[in-house]
Design a protein around this ligand. Sequence first.
Ligand SMILES: Nc1ncnc2c1ncn2[C@@H]1O[C@H](COP(=O)(O)OP(=O)(O)OP(=O)(O)O)[C@@H](O)[C@H]1O
Ligand SMILES: [Mg+2]
Length: 286
Amino acid sequence: MNTVQAKPVVAEVAVPASNPAVAGPELEVAGTTGALPKAMTVTGFTGAFSGKTIIEDISLELAEGSITAIVGPSGCGKSTFLRSLNRMNDRIPGWKCNGSVRFYDQDVYGQGVDLLSLRRRVGMVFQRPNPFPMSIEENVACGIKAHRLVPRSEVRRRVQDRLEEVGLWKAVHDRLHDSPFRLSGGQQQLLCLARSLAVSPDVLLLDEPTSSLDPISTEAVEQLLKELVPDITIVIVTHNLAQARRVADRVAFFMDGRLVETGTVQQIFEDPRRIETGQYVSGRIG
Ligand SMILES: Nc1ncnc2c1ncn2[C@@H]1O[C@H](COP(=O)(O)OP(=O)(O)OP(=O)(O)O)[C@@H](O)[C@H]1O
Ligand SMILES: [Mg+2]
């Protein structure tokens, strides 16, 4: 079994200009995150479904304890990229990839990686909520039990804490043994968030986590994300540019399967280096 080391610093990588054909090689893409430790480092990552390239030559660093927002038009590969970070595409027939993804000093695609352990440390909330076919309580408890994170007597308490944290406790405290499939779409999404948080991940990958939530629940989740850092490193895919501005430290703009540009929120929204980034954040494309 390939075990994961405790948070060592990995070498910083230079992020290449991702699409010189679009903006010209003279433009620098600010892809590095300075001297901060990197929770994840992606280098030259390309992925294809059944021979069709979906994401190409992506290089991106996730500084430990930061929030990175991934934005870009529908179908540009955001979810595919996110699922690549903890090998969730592996289960999709026809998926092939190359390049490197590192989680601290671990090669995510290396031989012998224990996927269960990887996915505990690099957790994910999918774009479409996917509660497990078990009770609401068990959805949150199962990971805690499987990884033996707390003594059995404390599992219930931890389930409640996580449900409170995501703002779902009030709605479900008297129906913990019910099926999660009777919850609304937004509630199912919150349940999946609680389930991911329950196993104390180091990195949390969130694919449009608030897309079916009302404004108040959305604000609560955004507040929660801000409280989770710097203990957790977060990547959030969102179509809501205002949300990216509100919660993210850095923004990565994807288009046509490529990472066009990455930088701080201020840089991407106020001084983008690429023409397409400016067009996208100002609502002229996408
Ligand atoms: N399992 C699959 N098999 C084949 N093609 C796929 C599969 N999953 C996604 N794709 C294709 O990959 C491309 C990128 O899809 P992806 O879901 O990553 O986009 P996205 O940027 O997340 O879009 P959205 O913003 O609409 O969620 C799309 O053209 C999609 O049709
Ligand atoms: Mg998507």
